[in-house]
Design a protein around this ligand. Structure first.
Ligand code: 5AD
Length: 336
């Protein structure tokens, strides 16, 4: 299908067409990964951030957030708890917090890798520059998530004061070159997005070929300047998940928390649309309510590791099988 055909397909798709597309995308996912859903233990290591992304509830301008950062020991405790539960894939995510220097992070990654056999470490800590990315890779980090947020330079630059779209893309290319399994991703329902922008997203991701793609609806956060902007639509998010699954068949695509926030059944819908990753929250309970990227973020019961069995049962009830292994991209070779 040419981009022009794809555009008209997207512009004219009806409810039935969406369902057929989702079934097709789910079939592609089944062919690549079967009915497995990879679980990753998410640890939100810090909500300090030096950036001021307009949509984000932990941006530096927001005074109402109680800031916290986990110590390396606390992070290791979270990993230990997850490891005992069976997790072999951990995501350390946080704002752009300069406290986490390369040295601190490298030591932390080294400790995790030596204490817990066979785990994959994913970092999601924003733009740090090539030298830092290289050090973290050498220390043993396997994957890096850095959503591009929007492939439209106009939208990106408007929403990210002091940042630039070119740097974002450069960072993603750099991560790939270094050898990380790299995750890009976008927000759905940003001001200025329409069919043309979504088409551009698909073309951008097709060309970048990231191993992971995180897609979630924008959800307003009451302390941000975008508090009154409407949330992105679930339907558009699901449509994009399906299209990305078809365009990048081996991609690892999470059913994001933002999707579940919009709709209690969102996680199942995202899996049915072609997603194959879920990231239960392993952060210490007391901190979870402070990682307020957007309003209504579900953190209490559903995504806690204490509820791991409930999550597994949910996944089984949707007709999928929860997998606790590293869950690498299919075409990936694990480093010796
Ligand atoms: N709504 C939805 N997702 C958000 N993120 C940040 N703020 C919001 C929001 N208001 C997402 C960004 C970021 C990820 C960690 O959380 O896409 O990359």
């Amino acid at each position: 299908m040419s981009p022009v055909e794809l555009r008209s397909f997207m512009a004219s798709i009806d409810a039935r067409g969406r369902e057929e597309l989702m079934a097709l995308a789910r079939g592609v996912c089944d062919e690549q990964y079967g009915d497995g859903v990879f679980l990753r233990g998410l640890i939100e290591i810090s909500n300090y951030c030096r950036m001021s992304c307009l949509y984000c509830g932990i941006n530096r301008e927001i005074r109402s957030v109680q800031r916290y950062r986990l110590t390396p020991n606390e992070i290791i405790e979270c990993v230990a708890k997850g490891y005992e539960l069976g997790f072999r894939s951990f995501v350390l995510q946080g704002g752009e917090d300069p406290w986490f220097t390369d040295e601190i992070l490298s030591d932390l990654i080294g400790s995790i890798k030596s204490q817990f056999q066979g785990v994959a470490i994913t970092l999601s800590l924003g733009e740090r520059g090539r030298e830092s990315f290289e050090r973290l890779f050498k220390a043993g980090a396997d994957r890096y998530l850095l959503r591009h947020e929007s492939s439209s330079k106009r939208i990106y630059d408007t929403l990210h004061p002091g940042m630039s779209f070119e740097n974002r893309v450069e960072s993603l290319k750099c991560l790939k070159e270094i050898g990380f399994q790299t995750g890009a991703g976008l927000l759905v329902g940003l001001p200025g997005q329409g069919v043309d922008e979504y088409l551009d997203e698909l073309l951008f991701l097709r060309d970048l070929e990231p191993e992971m793609v995180g897609m979630g609806p924008f959800i307003p956060q009451s302390s941000t300047v975008m508090a009154n902007h409407p949330a992105g639509s679930l339907e558009d998010t699901l449509l994009l998940i399906s299209l990305i699954r078809i365009i990048l068949p081996q991609a690892l695509i999470p059913a994001t928390t933002a999707v579940s926030t919009l709709n209690p059944n969102g996680r199942k819908m995202a899996l049915d649309a072609g997603a194959n990753v879920i990231m239960p929250n392993l952060s210490p309970f007391a901190n979870r309510c402070k990682y307020t990227l957007y309003d209504g973020k579900r953190f209490v019961s559903e995504e806690s590791a204490e509820e791991l069995n409930a999550i597994k049962q949910d996944i089984a009830s949707y007709g999928y099988v929860a997998k606790m292994e590293r869950g690498d991209h299919k075409l990936w070779r694990v480093r010796e």
